[in-house]
Design a protein around this ligand. Structure first.
Ligand code: NAD
Ligand code: UDP
Ligand code: UDP
Length: 336
């Protein structure tokens, strides 16, 4: 009779489903800017158990402090270039420095993180049958020759430049994802993320939105890198997290662009920050860095059609939300 039957052997494919209905989710790079907001959102669902693996290169425990000690949360100090043996159902693979200052600081480490780190997470996904999402980047389009960029564009990338550790690294990471998918049947998702901003960005990581907001609050000149006519499109972090979760839960492998199509020149961005945060601040033109893409704007038709996703927060509404967080961390309250 059924009472004397031994319990079924746990499937190596869906560990937590055997023990409980919870979904066990690994977030690599979860102590970073986007990762920590993703963790906040995933933790809102009581069926999710979240494990963060991070080496704290650019992230911080502070970003996760409200979850430390929570029974559904675990934080592991781990470098993804080393193998990781755990049991999970889903992997959001974000681990990689995103700011040029940090990814150029140790380029060899950056490319190892992109290539060996992604290989390890794919090996893990293969062993346990987990679905894996890679946060790739608009940088795979390089200095694009088509505008706006849709996912079918192969890019215009310098293989030997100072940014290559990052953009070529992510291109190889995408290749690995598709090879594991075709060769081993791994369920993959690839998001091509465009410039994202919001609370918890590193204050001194050199990215343009964090630089301008910190400069405006400190009343230092906003440093527009020449010529200032180069464009970017900025997505608020809550919209980004929503897009990543929809991609993971949906049926499409991607790659899918996730970003805000509102396009601004760096001079326009400086003017907007000046108007919203500090009308007295000066704007100054400084030298640019090599290989800086001249224009970037996502075509998000695919995200709209396949994920039912589009960003909700306009730059003018997102900047003040980020200002509050920066003022708090810089210890400079608003005047009125
Ligand atoms: P971030 O630097 O704040 O976060 C990255 C996290 O990864 C940090 O917590 C860092 O400590 C961790 N990390 C780095 N190397 C690691 C390693 N070897 N092992 C373990 N952990 C490691 O950056 P972010 O802005 O949150 O970016 C997250 C992801 O999104 C990255 O993969 C990045 O390439 C991608 N992305 C971000 C943007 C953006 O505008 N922020 C744009 C395109 C793509
Ligand atoms: N890997 C890992 N965790 C796992 C399984 C594999 O980190 O649970 C790593 C493993 O160390 C290897 C990589 O993922 O370097 C690729 O694994 P795969 O099994 O695909 O390749 P192989 O080990 O056969 O080279
Ligand atoms: N930029 C700028 N002032 C700064 C920092 C950056 O004008 O203080 C410019 C930079 O030249 C680039 C754009 O802002 O054209 C976006 O740079 P960021 O490093 O934020 O992102 P990415 O180049 O990776 O898109």
């Amino acid at each position: 009779n059924s009472a004397s039957k031994p319990p079924p052997t746990p499937s190596p494919l869906r560990f937590s489903k055997f023990f409980q209905s919870n979904m066990r989710i690994l977030v690599t790079g979860g102590a970073g800017f986007i990762g920590s907001h993703l963790v906040d959102k995933l933790m809102e669902n009581e069926k999710n158990e979240v494990i963060v693996a991070d080496n704290y290169f650019t992230g911080s425990k502070d970003n996760l402090k409200k979850w430390i000690g929570h029974p559904r949360f675990e934080l592991i100090r781990h470098d993804v270039t080393e193998p990781l043996l755990i049991e999970v159902d889903q992997i959001y693979h974000l681990a990689c420095p995103a700011s040029p200052i940090f990814y150029k600081y140790n380029p060899v480490k950056t490319i190892k993180t992109n290539v060996i780190g992604t290989l390890n997470m794919l090996g893990l996904a293969k062993r346990v049958g987990a679905r894996i999402l890679l946060t790739s980047t608009s940088e795979v389009y390089g200095d694009p020759l088509v505008h706006p960029q849709d996912e079918s564009y192969w890019g215009n990338v310098n293989p030997i430049g100072v940014r290559s550790c990052y953009d070529e690294g992510k291109r190889v990471a995408e290749t690995l994802m598709f090879d594991y998918h075709r060769q081993h049947g791994i369920e993959i998702r690839i998001a091509r993320i465009f410039n994202t901003y919001g609370p918890r960005m590193n204050i001194d990581d050199g990215r343009v939105v964090s630089n301008f907001i910190a400069q405006a609050i400190r009343n230092e000149p906003l440093t527009v890198q020449a010529p200032g006519t180069q464009t970017r499109s900025f997505c608020y972090v809550s919209d980004m997290v929503d897009g990543l979760i929809r991609l993971m839960e949906g049926e499409n492998t991607g790659p899918i662009n996730i970003g805000n199509p509102g396009e601004f020149t760096m001079l326009e961005l400086a003017e907007t920050v000046k108007e919203l945060i500090n009308p007295d601040v000066k704007i100054t033109m400084v030298e640019n860095t090599p290989d800086d893409p001249r224009q970037r704007k996502p075509d998000i038709t695919k995200a709209r059609e396949l994920l039912g996703w589009e960003p909700k927060i306009k730059l003018r509404d997102g900047l003040p939300l980020m200002e509050d967080d920066f003022r708090q961390r810089l210890g400079v309250p608003r005047k009125n």
